[in-house]
Design a protein around this ligand. Sequence first.
Ligand code: NAP
Length: 458
Amino acid sequence: MPIATINPTTGETVEQYEPHDTAEVERRLTQAAAALAMLKHTTFAQRAAWMKAAADVLEGEADKAAAMLTLEMGKTLASARSEVGKCVHSMRFYADNAEKFLAETPVDDPSSIGAVSARMVWQPIGTVLAVMPWNFPLWQVMRFAAPALMAGNTGVLKHASNVPRAALYLDTLFERGGFPVGSFRALLIPSADVENIIKDPRIRAVTLTGSESAGRSVAGTAGQQVKKSVLELGGSDPFIVMPSADLDAASTTAVRARMQNNGQSCVAAKRFIVHMDIYDDFIERFLAQIGKLVVGDPMQESTDVGPLATEGGRRDIAALVDDARDKGAQVLAGGFAPDGPGWYYSPTVLAGLTDDMRIVQEEAFGPVASVYRVADREEAARVANQTSFGLSSAVWSDDEEEQEYFVQELGAGGVFLNGMTVSYPELSFGGVKNSGYGRELSFAGIREFCNLKSVWKA
Ligand code: NAP
């Protein structure tokens, strides 16, 4: 795949980039190693000051950064602004909380283990490679980078090939806040070069957000090298609606949960599992709102759904819908790619799904919702858990006992009750099953790339 900015709204190549050659990659890895040695002698307070200054830089350039995201991958300007705001908030969050999250833990009764004192301390692990996707080009990177740098690690980024401007923006952002040069470096390289970077002795760990196949490959290499990995992979999140739910709120939120980011979010609700008693009412409301969505130029404030980020992404989503339709699914809305320039796909709703259809098991990474009618909560949980994914989930019910049933039963890294899945730095984020392992955000995210060192003193 060329490293290029291609406007998904028109399909035109805006700028193509030469990949970094071996010498440039070496220069950047050397810088990261040198910065690591410098960060070792800094305090949390110093790093927090730099992180806050970098957050101020990003906040001051929010409009420019948002327009860059919209141009490069087609998200609406409103969504791009919100992404930038979330990055700024998270940078400040980790600046304020890193020291608390990495505070040492004394052993209550050291004499019971023959010591005068005993404690556990968190130390940075070293330089971490981040392999990142294009769907939230700043946010996906920031939720790794802000905690990693606050812990005293350095980072190198291999970003998706279709968002080089975002990669280069992040390349200098932390330096502009005051971090030593090399604390965070972008590598413009193809995915085929990732294996060699993981093998480099200066790289101590790798985090990947992306598809299952990329995750298997990267984690395989990391495992061979005995290096830690964190994987944030795909999802096919359920959105369960039970009879006691507020149907107006549930259906309005359902549309946002599916169509956010033009349908390209790992934690977008993808499967809507609705109790039979309210199924018709819910579907009527859901379809009415889907029908009102404005599909068009993401630079226009009035647009709700822009194009898919890549031509291949549109081809994949169209193939999933065609497969379901060919096998007898009902297309309640959309189901086609509109004529004209750009990689648009119309907001689509599918019903009457059967197990032989690919969409029942695979992730629909575009504006396509699947709806299921279920008889009771046991069937709802069974359908929710029937994919190989386990990222997040949403449940709409006003019955507290029923809410708790789903909290216990759903095989996922998160459950959002009477709401939609959203990532916050305050909450942990990550999956189970084929959605990956390890956690980002919260206290858990900053500890993933630290060495927990036991100190025992006689
Ligand atoms: P992708 O094709 O896996 O790409 C993600 C990153 O991995 C890109 O930088 C890509 O580089 C690189 N890559 C691809 N194959 C690789 C390989 N064999 N070895 C090393 N690196 C490799 O995924 P995508 O299509 O960009 O993103 C969509 C996927 O990401 C969806 O499945 C989505 O659910 C998932 N996702 C998960 C989360 C989460 O937090 N769980 C968040 C967002 C997205 P190139 O661009 O150069 O190919």
